[in-house]
Design a protein around this ligand. Structure first.
Ligand code: DHB
Length: 403
């Protein structure tokens, strides 16, 4: 079988995605046939395991492996094999690895996808190969629309950002400045927050976008402060929240009376303790807190911490639930691995996740789950996002608006 290289194009006139779609279709379609006869079902898990976003990869991998450890490594009479690949947060690499996993390893499912550009680059492979692609981390709304084979177990930024706006309106927060990472999820967060906040009569003073790579937040924080807001709405991806918090403190904004609000990425459970008491009182909205009450989450957190010596965050639970979805689909198909059958089985699945109740919307293939308003508090000497309110079973507002 030919392997189509996913690296630099020798024909720069073609975009890499067009090139892959054109060349790979036949090879991928042929490659899928033997997978259906296999007794071992392979799952390709592609994540950034090195570089600045390695914390995302480590969390998702740990969540996925914990699920397998707790539920056994065979389903419906088939043995499962997890193949983990490191894309180093390079989209060309993610796409090439996905192609190799499909063509050479004959995986039945592609999974992982730490950041939005990595998921977007791989979508055409899922479509061509007819292989389900379970997005366990990336969170830009449009991702699931890029291939009919994509399902998501992470979240969408608009789900959280709209609820932040509602909370800020209800609590009469006043003028807000937005400060987001300048790519898909940040722009989603900014747009959804701004539209909802303005519709409710709230004022947005300035919209600041910080480059994703090696960000220096200091000049943006200064501009945010100069706009004299009551609150700064922040989105930074997991892996950058500790740097953000450090620069927030260095600029003295914690002592200025300006509130920090946003989706829960900025109070990431993985690093919250290390950010320190400056985070006390920060209010966010998100779908997962390690402090979420209930037996399912308690068991998950204890087992995750024991196995990995770190606290699970929203990425960890995305990996855990993604693996649950794969198990549930294989159970429903009685171990059959054709992509269309697996995908049909994934649509509409509902279960009790450590985050609370969760469903895969049969229409959009996107996640439906509770949003929780949370406040950072100290419990047993550690900082946690303590949930104070629940907005039940929120669908992605971007897709709801398109209905
Ligand atoms: C992405 C989204 C997040 O919420 C996050 O914390 C990290 C990455 C993304 O889609 O790239």
């Amino acid at each position: 079988m030919r392997i189509i290289p996913g690296g630099a194009s020798s024909r720069p006139l073609f975009s890499p995605l067009v090139k892959v779609a054109a060349v790979a279709g036949a090879a991928l379609a042929m490659a899928m046939a033997p997978a259906q006869a296999q007794e071992t079902v392979k799952i390709g898990l592609i994540l950034p395991m090195t570089g600045p976003f390695a914390p995302i990869g480590k969390q998702v991998e740990a969540g996925a492996k914990l699920y397998m450890q707790q539920n056994g490594s065979s389903v419906a009479g088939k043995k499962l094999e997890l193949i983990v690949k490191d894309d180093g947060n390079v989209a060309d690499t993610t796409r090439r690895l996905a192609q190799e996993l499909v063509v050479n390893d004959k995986v039945a499912v592609l999974a992982g996808f730490g950041l939005t550009p990595l998921a977007l680059a791989t979508a055409p492979i899922a479509t061509q190969a007819k292989v389900p692609m379970v997005v366990m981390a990336a969170a830009t709304a449009i991702i699931t629309e890029q291939s009919p084979f994509i399902v998501r177990t992470s979240f969408t930024l608009p789900q959280a950002a709209v609820s932040v706006a509602d909370w800020a309106l209800k609590n009469k927060v006043g003028k807000v400045v937005t400060l987001v990472s300048d790519y898909g999820p940040g722009i989603d967060a900014e747009n959804s927050f701004k539209a909802r906040y303005a519709a409710g009569g709230g004022a947005v003073g300035a919209e600041l976008r910080v480059p994703l790579a090696n960000p220096d937040f200091a000049p943006f924080l200064q501009r945010a402060r100069d706009a004299d807001p009551k609150a700064i709405f922040v989105f930074v991806p997991a892996g950058q929240s500790a740097t953000f918090a450090k620069q927030f403190v260095e600029r003295g904004i914690d002592k200025s009376g300006i509130k920090l609000i946003g989706p829960g990425d900025v109070t990431d459970d993985d690093v919250l303790d290390q950010m320190g008491d400056v985070m006390l009182g920060v209010q966010t909205v998100h779908h997962y807190s390690a402090a979420h009450p209930g037996a399912v989450n308690k068991k998950f957190v204890e087992a995750f911490m024991k196995a990995n010596n770190m606290r699970p965050n929203f990425m960890g639970v995305g990996g855990y639930d993604g693996m649950h979805l794969i198990y549930a689909a294989l159970t429903a198909t009685k171990g059959a691995t054709d992509g269309e059958g697996l995908l049909a089985a994934m649509r509409g699945q509902s279960w009790e996740s450590p985050r609370g109740p969760m469903t895969i919307d049969p229409r959009t293939r996107d996640v439906v789950h509770n949003m929780y308003v949370r406040k950072v508090e100290k419990k047993d000497g550690h900082l946690y996002n303590i949930e104070t309110d629940t907005i039940p079973m929120v669908k992605d507002p971007v897709k709801e608006a398109k209905k």
